[in-house]
Design a protein around this ligand. Sequence first.
Ligand code: SAM
Length: 263
Amino acid sequence: MFLLLEIVLVLSLIVVTYFLLVTRVSLIINSIFQKKRGTSHIYWVYSNRFLIWLTDRPIIISAILFFNYKRLVNTVVERMNPSLEGKRVLQASCAFGNFSQRIAEKCMSEGARKVVIFDLIGNEIKHTQRKLEKNNAAKICSYLLEDAINIAHKNESFDYVLIFFLFHELPFEKKVASLKEAARVLKPGGRLIFAEFHKPAHWILRVSGRCFFKAFEPYANEMWDDFNAHQILNEETLHHWKTTKNRFFGGNYQVFTAEKIPN
Ligand SMILES: C[S@@+](CC[C@H](N)C(=O)[O-])C[C@H]1O[C@@H](n2cnc3c(N)ncnc32)[C@H](O)[C@@H]1O
């Protein structure tokens, strides 16, 4: 019994230390050595090929979101309606390509015209492309190295823009800039859908959330306090937006949907 407890304890310590190193510690080291490259906010777990390979396991991806991953992905996918036939879909930031795979399959099955997937990190793009190319849905996908704060597409060129857990990893001004860029490239009548952290209702979740953010996700606090997507969209873009929010896991997560009302 004691041996089992010791093994669990040691394993937990290894996992926590690993994630501290590849997230928080990596940001501190980036901030010293990478000041001018615009990628100093990127955790090593997203930029290093070996770390990507090591971390991209279903159980890990699921555990990072306290086993809400499937529920959140399913909700985003359900919000992709009406029909995707002939539609153009943009996914802003792909990480390990698991959400991309799900989106691509849905788009392929409903006859979408194009799925454009981008990320700021080349290794993430290559990893996602390799994953999707095993799949029939790859036919309608293209992959780009792009910055969410400066998307190289024309105004109003996509019917759907999807963002899965990007904002909480960006410094505040990049959060706002990337939301406005997503709004810019969306067609009138189109939908912007994002999944993200949200301020939980219960104080115990708020205290544990703050501790989690302090340790691993230094920019995530702003998702609770300062980043008001409804307000930014309606006050800082040229359109009106109809927004809805679904909360999950005691309010700890949200799926936010914004429809761009034609002028
Ligand atoms: C938490 S992951 C997002 C998860 C991902 N959207 C998915 O589908 O699983 C953060 C990702 O955002 C990317 N990223 C960070 N800053 C970015 C930016 N300015 N533009 C585009 N991608 C960015 C990182 O490289 C990483 O792949």
